[in-house]
Design a protein around this ligand. Sequence first.
Ligand code: PLP
Length: 429
Amino acid sequence: MAKLAIKGGQPIRTRLFPAYNTIGAEEKTAVMEVLESGNLSQFLGAWHKDFYGGPTVQKFESRWKEKFGTKYAVSVNSNTSGLFTAIGACGIQPGDEVIVSPYTMSASALAPVIYGAVPVFADVDYDNFGLNPESVERCITPRTRAILVVHIFGNPARMDEIMAIAQKHNLYVIEDCAQAPLAYYKNRLVGTIGHMGIFSLNYHKHIHTGEGGMIITNDDNLAERCLLIRNHGENIVEPKGVQNPFNTHGFNYRMTEMEAAVGCAQLDKLDGLLKARLENAAYFAEALGKITGLKPPVVEEGNQHVYYLQAFKYNSEVFGVHRNTFINAIKAEIPSAILREDTPLIGAGYVKPIYLQPLYQKRATHCSFNCSKYEGAVSYEKGICPVTEQLHFEELFTHEYMRPGMTKQDMDDVIAAFNKVAENVHELK
Ligand SMILES: Cc1ncc(COP(=O)(O)O)c(C=O)c1O
């Protein structure tokens, strides 16, 4: 008789796991204060003191820059708009190339396209899944202007080597820290190592404001350009006397006072939430790492991985079945969580390597790689990033069961599911 739930046996658990809900009394009080003030946003798209936004937005930015130890923090309404802002601030234009990761959320690679530039995909590192410096070096051309690094899943990319390449070729480095608040690379906070770091505050993240983002930098010029792009820069350059208005035409990427109020309360909780997440991730690494054929993430000495997701490698030769089959069997043993009923907390692979999306395969944009100013010959063929493809289609799986709020019993149920599937894997063959 089958034991595995996917074959008709009893599942380990059907009761949903706890919700990951970081919003509480503090956020409610903070939002009520803003609502009662009647001042839900105080931005003005003109050269005026309100060009910088209202009191809560400015308080949130001050709090963020204190926490991260940077000279500037510029709030935006998403990490996506922050990435677009950063690319614009670097003066990127049609004909330029930006080296990006193929194994990330699509917005990281899209940012150059928005400015008419060409994303060039370097392969990722087999151990930490961030940009691989040797592959980055091979992608450099006379057109390269910037490297957009992603600290994917919360694990820092190899920044020393990437910064050395950037210095050698005079390139900007933008760190996409959407998944990595308070991650450390060799005892330095990620986001503070390159020219700019950008965080996400969307509702999936460690802390959130519903939607939102934050750009940090120590560079006066880049900070000024980010402020202009965030808020209708074309109206401001003349009265402010901006010397170089190139690429500073602006958008409305502004955060509201309510989001900033939630952000302040959330920032107070970040350390505590992170502590619980790290403890839970360590518990899973220890328990699942004992199963032959599963390998927990590698975290280098001096680094702190902050586990937006916990990505394991799966060895199909050990189990004799494809990773997808194994992960489907786990999904049948355990449910998802409250507030996430229909979205599994575990997945085979991450997102499809970005260059395989129709935008790149069909070259579906008027500018960028189709621009007459572009003199390169970028390739988006399948096979250009073999490590990414191997990880995505064969070896890697991610889970979110280490989110704060999980009890020891909850985690033990997840571990029991893994042990059960590993011990009865013959049923899947
Ligand atoms: C690595 C990465 N970059 C960019 C983004 C985009 O963030 P946002 O939703 O705040 O625009 C995300 C969101 O999931 C992300 O994970």
